[in-house]
Design a protein around this ligand. Structure first.
Ligand code: ADP
Ligand code: MG
Length: 728
């Protein structure tokens, strides 16, 4: 075994388990490091408290003098917990979170110093925006960026730093982050859904979109992970032969959690408790060393912040336990990848889940209204939904027979399929009393409050209804949920606005009763949205054919998928709903496509290096051993040597063939990269990287993986799949 690989394994196997300090009940720890309502009550004056609550609930502005009071109280609270610094915490379009720490410490002359944190520092900061992706916004407007406090997501302490969740925008107002458009989309869906919910209950004042994400990830011993340049540089393996045993025995899924991983999880969960992230579920996933963690769902903005924070904390706690946490969607070829299901629903301030069937025909009509409108929205904007989950890393997963295909469809289950079928037959215009009674008793009234258990849910569907929520299953494990959630909430908002117009129009012009009008519009929607409903196997080749017939998009690569983000239809949608203007949509597109190019570019470089610097030299070394052996045999047996050296000679040849192939393909890939780099047009460049550079990856890998099987294990320098995946 190569020295490096040997050292890594030795280090990994000799690990001591890090003791976990779990002394308090979790409920007692929950939110301890969060400036939440309970803490605010303790630290804030009544005026300040009310003003923050009003900002959270009604989006009102916080007065500057009140902000001064709040910041001062926040500082007192933070100091009492040993905090020294504060930071505006935000989510630029890099995918990671950003922070720049400033000390509370300030000098006041005469060699004296105090701790200070003013309202101005709480409310607004100016990080150097030039180093964050902006898609040309700043060049166009020569504007600086600033971060502004988002009071709807509470400040928290991480380590010795007070973190204040903020939006990040250009001085000209354009969003430079994930949070800003998300907040606008949540506002749009609130206002649209509230006006529909009022049809059913006048007391509804607000509708919150909820999000419950489920985070999948791999835990790899850090010594082993660090011994692989591809994992270090790209977060995934670019080569490596599948192990003799993979996941076919299904003996990992829901199996007993390995001790070391469990200790990591307990530590992570404790930290989550302190930060107010309500994690609840943990289990082994399908692949070896793959796990999942899920919280109790929350209001979407908070849930998104918590997921972004979690991804950061996961890595930090990982370091303590000597684990590298892989959030990449496909770290290992031939082994299940990771996703992040986004469970989504809408609920009112009166406590009603709008996507949950109720006890009465009227509440069920409300459920059906939101249910059908969501389906219609997905049908109208399926291509945009696909674009919302596109990334270089998620491309490996979508359509790879383990995750939903690149085709969007909605699964609703047998019971609701039958209900929609009945509704399709509702009479046009006014309904007779008999028809009304019939609908109430036999259709709407018959929807069970608890729908069939989820066990029969279709795991191959990218967007499945699971009883009281939709589950967007195609989101990538590494993704910031804000991107798909902004899209989903915007398209539903738009759909609900249109729905209200149509219903009101029928009430006004045809003198229909409200429920008659609703039935009429829903009937048409059901007819129009049939294409998106699919109950079959989403992994099958049949579905691809069928989807094509139905006219559904099937954009398999990120460069193709992303185009929907700047279609006329999308730009109009975001403008109409006040979520993003044209400049913002275009900037985001540019950033994402650029990121795609960079990811593939880096992977290409790393693969070229590893193939040439690790694989080929090792192959040559082993080949030399064989050559020595053959010439020894020749010395020994003279012209009869072939009788004894035939196998060796064949391996020598095979090695030469693979070396030749790798060398040629790496050169060709480098050429293709150079050509692509010269292209000025970003779209063309991305297409080149996708269609001309990336295809070499598999070809190079093929020969490298063959060599891994041929070459003496003692010499092989790269930690193997079986070691990465089965070392505990
Ligand atoms: P599973 O999908 O593993 O069967 P559940 O269906 O119980 O488990 O829930 C999965 C996730 O859905 C959890 O993270 C949960 O918080 C979330 N969830 C449940 N109800 C809602 C809701 N109304 N809105 C958003 N997410 C929800
Ligand atoms: Mg789930």
């Amino acid at each position: 075994m190569s020295t490096l690989r040997f050292q890594a394994l030795k280090e990994s196997l000799g690990r001591d388990i890090v003791p976990v300090n779990e002394t308090k009940r979790r409920s007692a720890l929950f939110g301890e490091n969060v400036f939440n309502q309970e803490t605010m009550l303790q630290y804030l004056t009544k005026d300040a408290y009310n003003s923050v609550i009003d900002a959270i609930e009604n989006g009102s502005k916080i007065d500057r003098s009140i902000a001064d009071q709040i910041s001062s109280s926040m500082k007192d609270w933070a100091l009492s917990k040993g905090v020294t610094h504060y930071t505006h915490w935000f989510q630029p379009l890099t995918g990671a979170t950003a922070e720049k720490h400033d000390a509370f410490f300030e000098t006041i002359g005469n060699g004296q110093a105090i701790e200070k944190f003013g309202g101005g520092q709480l409310v607004q900061q100016e990080p150097d925006a030039s180093s964050f992706p902006n898609g040309g916004i700043r060049n166009t407007f020569e504007a600086r960026g600033y971060t502004a406090w988002d009071p709807t997501s509470p400040a928290f302490i991480y380590g010795t730093t007070l973190c204040i969740p903020t939006v990040f925008v250009a001085y000209t107002g354009e969003a430079l982050d994930y949070k800003t458009p998300l907040l606008r989309a949540l506002h749009a869906v609130d206002s649209a859904a509230t006006s529909i919910a009022k049809y059913f209950d006048k007391n509804v004042k607000k509708v919150n979109a909820s999000l419950g994400w489920e985070q999948e990830y791999f835990l790899i011993d850090s010594a082993l992970a660090n011994s692989r340049p591809d994992i270090v540089m790209t977060g995934r393996t670019l080569l490596g032969h599948s192990p003799a045993k993979g996941q076919q025995l299904d003996d990992h899924y829901f199996g007993s959690i390995p001790t070391r991983a469990l200790d990591y999880m307990r530590d992570l969960e404790t930290e989550c408790m302190l930060l107010g992230i309500p994690v609840k579920t943990r289990h082994n996933e399908v692949a070896p060393n793959q796990f999942e963690l899920a919280p109790i769902f929350e209001e979407t903005n908070l849930a998104v912040d918590h997921n972004s924070l979690l991804m950061d904390v996961m890595e930090k706690i990982g370091a303590r336990h000597k684990f590298k946490v892989l959030l990449h969607e496909k770290p290992f070829a031939g082994v299940n990848g990771s996703g992040k299901h986004n469970n989504w629903s809408l609920s009112t301030n009166t406590g009603v889940n709008l996507l949950s069937p109720g006890k009465t025909p009227m509440s069920n009509l409300q459920f059906l209204t939101f249910f059908v409108n969501t389906i219609k929205a997905i049908n109208e904007y399926e291509e945009l939904m696909r674009a919302g989950i596109a990334s270089a890393s998620n491309d490996h997963r979508l359509g790879a027979n383990e995750a939903p295909p690149a085709i969007m469809s909605v699964f609703i289950g047998e019971q609701l399929t039958a209900v929609l079928k009945e509704l399709e037959g509702v009479t046009d215009g006014k309904l007779s009393p008999q028809e009304k009674t019939d609908l109430k008793l036999n259709v709407v009234g018959k929807i069970p409050e608890i729908l069939l258990d989820n066990t029969d849910r279709n795991r191959t569907s990218p967007f499945a209804f699971t009883g009281n929520k939709f589950e967007f299953r195609a989101v990538g494990s590494k993704a910031n949920c804000a991107n798909p959630m902004t899209i989903l909430n915007t398209i539903v908002a738009k759909q609900l606005v249109d729905f209200k117009k149509e219903v009101d129009h029928l009430i006004d012009t045809k003198e229909l009763k409200k429920d008659e009008a609703i039935f009429n519009v829903l009937r048409e929607y059901i007819k129009e949205s049939k294409n998106i409903l699919f109950e079959g196997n989403g992994y099958g080749a049949e579905w691809e054919k069928e989807a094509k017939k139905r006219g559904l998009s099937n954009n398999k690569s990120t460069p193709d998928a992303l185009k929907a983000k700047v279609s006329k239809k999308t730009i109009e949608l975001f403008e109409q709903m006040g979520v993003m203007n044209k400049v913002e949509s275009e900037a985001r597109y540019e950033i994402e496509i650029e990121e795609y190019v960079m990811r593939i570019q880096i992977e290409g470089r790393v693969l070229g290096d590893v193939a040439r610097n690790h694989v080929i030299p090792t192959a040559i070394r082993y080949q030399n051993m064989l050559i020595n052996n053959v010439s020894g045999l020749k010395d020994l047996y003279g012209k009869d040597f072939k009788k004894y050296a035939a196998e060796q000679m064949q391996i020598i040849e095979e090695i030469s063939e693979h070396i030749g192939k790798i060398n040629v393909k790496v050169s060709k890939m480098t050429e293709a990269r150079k050509k692509a780099n010269k292209l000025e047009d970003l779209e063309k460049k991305a297409a080149d990287y996708c269609n001309k550079v990336k295809p070499f990856f598999d070809e190079i890998r093929y020969s490298c993986d063959k060599l891994e099987l041929l070459i003496d294990d003692e010499l092989w320098p790269l930690t193997k799949y079986r070691e990465l995946l089965f070392t505990r």
